[in-house]
Design a protein around this ligand. Sequence first.
Ligand code: PMP
Length: 433
Amino acid sequence: MTRSAILFERAKAVMPGGCSRNTILRKPHPIYVERGQGCYVYDVEGVRRIDFANNVASLIHGHAHAPIIAAVGKQLQKGTAFTVGTEVEIEYAEHMCGRNAAFEKIRFVNSGTEAVMASLKAARAFTHRPKIAKVEGAYHGLYDYAETSQTARPENWGQPERPLSVPVSQGTPQRALDDVVVIPFNDVPRALAILDAHRDELACVLIDLLPHRVGLIPAARDFVGALRRWTEQNGALLIFDEVVTFRSAVGGAQQWYDVQPDITALGKMIGGGFPIGGIAGRAEVMEVMNPLHRPAPFPLYGTFSANPVTMTAGHMAMKLYDREAVERLNALGDRARSMIGEVIKTADVPACVTGRGSIFRIHLSPDAPENYRQAYLPPERAALLSAFVGHLFEGGLLMVETATGFLSTAMSERDIEEMADAVFAALHKIKPY
Ligand code: PMP
């Protein structure tokens, strides 16, 4: 028995499924990491893999990046969490507000889930309206209202012109589902018709500009523009979930669009490897959290929010992710997608690659999906993708289960070439399909 197999047996005895998070569960057992350095992870068996998962997009500089470790080490000596504020929190808030003119004020929380939850609650508190609108299939964390419409059962989707607010989790109450309006991705006429039907009840429209579960295709300019206009005209707020996409530009993927949302939900990489979430936006909206107004319309607490360890790590990570670093990483992402495109051609298989900037996703179909319904994989296609990701894994790559990769600044052109070779070999192994 391998060490990983033994660890899995121990893990299953004390955690459902042997894990605390339902992420990468390779069969017959998951791997366990011994350590990470730069863009490589080493498992307990001593196998090295290039890490394209990067803790699901949260490690923009890879593992154990020396300047972050040094800064955090210093902070650890001074204490890790206090009931009151610290200067490092203020410094980091100043840095983040300086990255994007739409970030007039910011608050830190502990996860992307919390950031989205806080954004939706802030929108309700600001508008005094109950409902939220989201894109069909888009993942935004675990908050009841944000996690609907990602069910893997097509019979529950409803008609394309009126997608249903169906739960992904049986723990979601029907009353929450009733307050969620689901719109199709990149389909302006249908989206606007649905929004119009709930005109006076909607607090906000929540979108991810590059939603990975919807197929990792960018939101269309006219879609984003139409939602901006509709929300402005109808007294609702526009919320961008940039928990993943903030890496796209200095101030997030929204800077690709020249559209300013009212609120941006942040998380993942802005924590420099530590748990974080953030909510940034218009000062007028953010005022709903202001405890100097007693009582605040939306009181936002959080025991570990803005703890100085996360603030220190996040600030260092973001200082190092300046314009030059962003441009270099996005260029490496372009290179990754073009090399994957080339190996797909050489392997002569019906596959394609989507994504933008430092994110890519490989699809085992000739054409890129345009929305969640097209990105959905029936069981036999899902099994094929899983086998493909398994071969990537055996070939020395760590990727998330949808064959999605997130680059880190620790990667070089050589790592991208090694990745492309592994993709080529994995495509051959599943051929023909
Ligand atoms: N929004 C998006 C777009 C995400 O991808 C995720 C996490 N994968 C979240 C929100 C939730 O973040 P967290 O896992 O930190 O709660």
